[in-house]
Design a protein around this ligand. Structure first.
Ligand code: KG4
Ligand code: ZN
Length: 355
């Protein structure tokens, strides 16, 4: 089955065609980063307008590059949450219109579930059934969570962030350091020349039970807002000199605090799993990849990473998951609205499947 996937949850306009949930026939990603850079973050109004402008051409290119043609598309999949409401609506409307006019089945996909599926894209990639249950560290610009994956559509949330996501911590830290947006890639690059032990920033453990996080083990949760404040106070006390020679070590120390918190909690969450997956835009971070690799080796388990093209937001993961049997189908997909704060493990999400 060839699925055309559409992804517009944040600042990437993307469409892709994936065969059988595995083989990526085409993947087109239009990044809006240059549009948002002057504002130091994503501006929702600019994002949705840019999706409206670019999505038709992005879809056209994805279908053309796939070689399947419109006749060779068997279903249309789209992201319905979580994300920016006005951006999600652009992709949802396009997908519903296409499915309706072409008379094809429609599949509604959770963005975080699609990130988790990203490690299974590619003809040589493993199958979910081969490695489940496995542990997944989801690290993106908007989400940070530890999830036990029992199979497609079967997740248990073990821990999550109490405040900022890991990507947000990178972006806010880079902003304080005057490094621009997005912060993750630039901190990653600069930190390579720095000493990660120069400053001991807080590792942000969530110690107490919280009423708003009843399903999570406090020891497996994260908190990154204190880290950002610690950097702010450090810079007040030690203003960056003109030469900025200390910048790489400050960046490396800041990155180390995020990476150690992520790696530490992930290893603490391990029980009987043989695989640990790491997905989302932050999984591109070279230090995180290195630390996770060392940690899994120590624990005798294997690390699963998506191909770099499928780590940050993309529609191939949406089409892939739909082709592998994930998501909501039929009238559930046609009736669905944007769900900006969709929770991965909520019962609502799987209402269609349970029925
Ligand atoms: O998954 P993603 O594309 O979007 C969301 O679903 O949020 O992740 C975007 C995030 C941004 O915060 C960006 O700074 C971060 O991923 N990121 C990185 C790196 N590349 C992207 N963070 C750390 N190191 C990187 N190399
Ligand atoms: Zn994402």
């Amino acid at each position: 089955m060839n699925v055309l996937g559409i992804e517009t949850s944040c600042d990437e306009t993307s469409a892709a065609v994936v065969a059988g949930g595995k083989k990526v026939l085409s993947s087109v990603v239009f990044s809006q980063i240059p549009l948002h850079r002057p504002y130091g973050g994503v501006v929702p109004e600019i994002a949705s307008r840019s999706h409206v402008e670019n999505l038709p051409e992005v879809i056209r290119q994805a279908v053309e590059k796939s070689g399947a043609g419109w006749d060779g598309i068997d279903a249309i999949a789209f992201t319905y949450g979580p994300g920016l409401a006005s951006s999600l609506l652009v992709g949802i409307s396009a997908a519903k219109g296409l499915a309706f006019s072409l008379g094809k089945p429609l599949i509604a996909i959770d963005h975080i579930e699609a990130h988790i599926y990203s490690v299974f894209l590619g003809e040589d990639a493993l199958l979910p059934s081969e490695i489940s249950p496995f542990l997944c560290l989801v690290v993106s610009g908007g989400h940070t969570a530890l999830v036990r994956v029992e199979g497609i559509g079967r997740y248990k949330l073990l821990g999550r962030t109490a405040d900022d996501a890991a990507g947000e911590a990178f972006d806010k830290g880079a902003n304080l350091l005057g490094l621009g947006y997005p912060g993750g890639p630039v901190i990653d690059k600069i930190a390579k020349d720095g000493d990660p032990s120069m400053i001991s920033f807080p590792r942000g453990r969530q110690k107490k039970e919280r009423n708003d996080m009843p399903d999570c083990d406090p020891n497996l949760c994260f908190s990154f807002s204190g880290l950002k404040t610690a950097l702010l106070y450090y810079l007040k006390k030690h203003p960056l000199s003109k030469s900025k020679s200390e910048l790489p070590s400050i960046a490396a120390s800041y990155q180390e605090a995020i990476v150690e918190a992520l790696t530490d909690r992930a290893m603490k969450a391990l029980t009987d799993e043989r695989y640990v997956a790491c997905v989302g835009g932050v999984s591109l971070n070279s230090r995180l990849r290195q630390k996770m690799k060392e940690a899994v080796e120590l624990n005798g388990v294997s690390l699963l990473l998506a191909q770099p093209a499928y780590c940050a937001d993309n529609a191939a993961m949406v089409a892939g998951l739909a082709g592998a049997g994930g998501g909501l189908v039929g009238s559930h997909a046609f009736d669905i609205d944007a769900d900006p704060s969709l929770e991965l493990c909520s019962e609502k999400q799987f209402a269609g499947i349970i029925e």
